[in-house]
Design a protein around this ligand. Structure first.
Ligand SMILES: CC(C)(COP(=O)(O)OP(=O)(O)OC[C@H]1O[C@@H](n2cnc3c(N)ncnc32)[C@H](O)[C@@H]1OP(=O)(O)O)[C@@H](O)C(=O)NCCC(=O)NCCS
Length: 197
């Protein structure tokens, strides 16, 4: 039980407030078209493709580390699982987004990773990709679609998810090694979160 007040976080660690959100029926969506020159496709990911898009969407700017700490074998097991689905948006011949849907829990779908690189943010592509996520998730026999986001993700994320029809239902604190101090990411990653330690 976490008492009221301030709590020290050990040097070298990150601390995030995590918001969990869910929907229990397909949220209504407003149809939008993809911005000019952007295409959506489903991907059968290789380790190299996945690690590249994960870093460019989430690690460099937002300190995502969950998939980078995995061994080849651990990550490959996820990438080749028939209950996982991966999509991207491409522009000028380069992939610039990651949508990862996890159907491994029967009757549920987790929006495991969702994001765009800075080349696509703020152009309407995020709304298109979310519409696709909602349609793809609810095309399967699920009763819950859920996601979590934290305070070192984009500050736009929580409001974007709420506008998408997700309802916040749980808040947690996550403490983890700072990936810039373990050498996983460069010290220039995530400049919105200062390094302490
Ligand atoms: C969170 C995130 C996906 C939001 O994406 P975004 O680029 O801001 O989203 P969009 O520009 O598509 O949508 C924002 C709103 O502006 C509108 N919009 C913006 N530019 C537009 C344009 N040129 N034409 C039409 N609509 C536009 C969208 O329709 C949308 O409105 P709505 O939410 O009321 O439907 C994005 O900021 C991101 O990927 N961040 C980094 C990774 C991250 O933090 N992911 C979440 C972690 S869990």
């Amino acid at each position: 039980m976490l008492g009221d007040g301030y709590h020290d976080v050990p040097d070298g660690k990150l601390a995030m407030v995590v918001t969990h959100l869910q929907m229990h029926a397909a949220a209504p969506t407003r149809a939008v078209s993809l911005p000019q020159g952007i295409t959506l496709r489903q991907v059968t990911p290789t380790l190299d493709w996945y690690r590249d898009i994960f870093k460019r969407v989430g690690a460099q700017d937002w300190l995502w580390f969950g998939r980078l700490v995995m061994s080849d074998a651990e990550l490959n097991a996820i990438l080749t699982d028939p209950d996982m689905a991966f999509y991207t948006l491409s522009k000028d011949g380069q992939d610039e987004a990651l949508l990862e849907l996890d159907f491994r829990q029967p009757g549920e779908c987790e929006l495991a990773y969702f994001g765009l690189t800075s080349k696509l943010i703020g152009a309407g592509a995020g709304r298109y990709l979310m519409n696709h996520a909602i349609a793809t998730a609810w095309a399967k026999p699920i009763t819950r679609f859920h996601v979590h986001t934290c305070t070192i993700d984009s500050p736009q994320a929580v409001a974007f998810y709420i506008r998408s029809g997700f309802t916040p239902y749980r808040r947690q604190i996550e403490v983890a090694d700072d990936p810039r101090l373990t050498g996983m990411l460069g010290r220039d990653a995530g400049p919105h979160v200062p390094i302490i330690g």
